[in-house]
Design a protein around this ligand. Sequence first.
Ligand SMILES: Cc1cc2nc3c(=O)[nH]c(=O)nc-3n(C[C@H](O)[C@H](O)[C@H](O)COP(=O)(O)OP(=O)(O)OC[C@H]3O[C@@H](n4cnc5c(N)ncnc54)[C@H](O)[C@@H]3O)c2cc1C
Ligand code: FES
Length: 291
Amino acid sequence: MFKIINKQILTKNIKRLDIVAPRIAEKVLPGQFVNIRPGATDETIPLTVIDTDQAKGTITVIVREVGSTSRVLASKGINDKVASILGPLGMPAQIKKKGVVVCIATGIGSAQILPMCRALRSVGNKVVGIIGAKTKRAVLMEAQMRLACNKLLIATEDGTYERRGMATDILSDLMERDTIHQVNAIGSADMMSSVCKITKRKRIKTFVQLNPVMIDCLGMCGSCRVVVSGKTVLACKDGPEFDGHRVDFENYKIRLKAFEEQKWDSPRAQSSHGKNESKTLTKLFSGILKS
Ligand SMILES: Cc1cc2nc3c(=O)[nH]c(=O)nc-3n(C[C@H](O)[C@H](O)[C@H](O)COP(=O)(O)OP(=O)(O)OC[C@H]3O[C@@H](n4cnc5c(N)ncnc54)[C@H](O)[C@@H]3O)c2cc1C
Ligand code: FES
């Protein structure tokens, strides 16, 4: 069992949890994730590790409540325990000195990109962060991103904070004015595919983080298949970071939609262990059939 020693409510449905997991804290690298089972009878969910504290032996995850399992985890409090944590999982992000690196993120991506910003800066890059959100209240991790980046720019769709518009508008403007050597993007499939379209024109190396639905996170179930450079690869083992110009985003969007259509978080799917197991199986077979 893994104890939660700190909890912060970031927005109504987004919570930060610091969980004691010393062996994972020791090993985890930027871009890697863990697979968490909140209670013994719950499903597991993959979450990016956004920070560690070696002295306390903790890992920090940010969880957005979207369905039954993320809600159970987010409802846990300080001193509660998490049944299991598997990790670190996935390939670490590529952290090299390139020059000027833009880290652009929307939604929960603003939390997921944080360890990359820190690592990219620590090896000597000038890191420009861009956060996009619908409103001022939806801007996540602003203080942490300001510390992690050399410069942070924010766009809100309704204009309630900093620049009105989309995060990609800021990126397009920056590309006109400055030389950019690399872009890292984490957000929705639409956002990451727009970023790649923009950067491809100027041949700027662009990394994206793909978060398809994952079940075992060990490369055995095949639920996280994505197409990169025309080949089917597994996001849990070969990713989650990929060269964005080689990703087949249309295929990625279809696979994400295939799971959405099943309405996983219906009350019937939440009520018992047996039903959680059948929910997992339905997800798995749906992923296989709709690929
Ligand atoms: C490598 C990786 C890292 C992730 N890191 C984070 C993180 O740091 N913080 C965080 O809040 N979430 C993260 N996610 C997404 C998180 O794992 C899902 O939100 C969670 O599994 C949903 O489970 P659930 O049982 O609560 O919802 P479900 O009942 O399974 O699904 C509810 C709704 O959410 C959608 N959904 C489920 N899984 C995903 C997914 N992977 N991507 C997009 N939509 C999904 C479903 O289509 C459905 O509409 C990550 C996913 C991956 C693959
Ligand atoms: S989640 Fe990647 S193969 Fe199962």
